[in-house]
Design a protein around this ligand. Structure first.
Ligand code: C2E
Ligand code: MG
Ligand code: MG
Ligand code: MG
Length: 291
């Protein structure tokens, strides 16, 4: 790392990370402040149902409003939380904020489920199902208002434990989505081993599908694979109309991406939702980029 000092004495690191491993006290203090002083915030990105145009869910993506460094993206700090054993605490904060927002939406005409990303360490936490049950109950929500997104790293850790926790969540009515599907090496073993409801094809396939015949073939066949397993298919990284149209033609169920909206604060999503106001999709080009 190359570090330079700011006026307040905090260090800024050129790679966007928030602290070196060599100064863990400072880092731990900063991470605890993030958790305790409400510095973590969520941005939401709507997922569009391609058959109906409806928004029935939105992904919650964590941001850190760092007092010195400004708004930080997850790539800049998640690893640090994990290393410090603070991922369950972060997950607790994210779940609380996401479910608060789901409760706001549930009180409206059009309820919107929230999708929360869970790290492997959070999935290994056997207290998670009870925690989720208590949190949804406290907000008057059905557990089906929550979708959890997991990635392949849950399979690297203790698979039996992951399966048990996921099965308990799913039993309650929480939906399970596999994120970044196809990115790793053992994606197919998810489909055999884990209780799941939804596949999210990794955005690298969607971003390249219009220029790359192999990516296109993989997208189309993954949609068929998902459907033959009774799973819902989501495409993430939808950035242009052509990709959206192709995904609709292939029968993809849900789409998420900058074309429709970047991840935005909840109040901006309110405005985004009321602007599109039940307009059909796509082709009629009602899709507006809110970012
Ligand atoms: P992810 O779960 O795969 O989330 C999708 C990422 O793709 C988000 O990046 C989102 O901003 C970005 N994205 C969405 N649409 C487009 C698009 O059309 N084009 C492109 N190029 N990118 C798009 P973000 O918000 O920086 O999050 C990065 C990753 O950090 C997430 O990937 C997820 O793995 C992780 N993450 C985010 N929030 C949390 C959280 O609360 N807990 C945990 N454990 N991980 C989180
Ligand atoms: Mg990012
Ligand atoms: Mg995700
Ligand atoms: Mg992803």
């Amino acid at each position: 790392y190359t570090a330079k000092s700011t006026r307040s004495g905090h260090a800024v690191y050129s790679d966007g990370d928030v602290g070196p491993g060599s100064n863990q006290c400072h880092t731990l203090q900063a991470l605890n402040a993030a958790l305790q002083d409400d510095q973590l915030t969520l941005h939401f990105q709507p997922k569009i149902n391609l058959a109906t145009g409806e928004v029935s869910s939105a992904e919650a993506l964590v941001r850190w409003e760092h007092p010195v460094l400004g708004l930080l993206q997850p790539d800049a700090f998640l690893k640090r939380f994990d290393e410090m054993g603070l991922m369950p605490a972060l997950t607790g904060v994210v779940l609380a904020q996401a479910l608060d927002q789901a409760a706001v939406w549930a009180a409206r005409d059009q309820p919107i489920s929230v999708a929360v990303n869970l790290s492997a360490s959070s999935i290994m936490d056997s207290k998670l199902p009870d925690q989720v049950a208590a949190m949804t109950l406290a907000r008057g929500l059905s557990p089906s208002a929550l979708i959890v997104e997991i990635t392949e790293d849950v399979l690297v850790a203790d698979r039996d434990r992951a399966r048990t926790v996921l099965a308990a969540l799913r039993e309650m009515g929480v939906r399970i989505a596999v994120d970044d599907f196809g990115k790793g090496y053992s994606s197919l073993s998810y489909l055999r081993e884990l209780p799941i409801d939804e596949l999210k094809l990794d955005k690298s396939f969607i971003l390249t599908m219009m220029d790359d015949a192999r990516a296109t073939a993989l997208v189309a066949s993954t949609i068929e694979l998902a459907h033959s397993l009774g799973l819902e298919m989501t495409a993430e990284g939808v950035e242009d109309e052509e990709a959206l149209q192709a995904l609709t033609d292939y029968g993809c169920d849900l789409a998420q991406g900058y074309l429709m909206s970047r991840p935005i604060p909840a109040d901006q999503m309110e405005a985004w939702l009321s602007n599109r106001n039940g307009l059909p999709l796509p082709g009629g080009s009602p899709l507006q980029n809110a970012g």
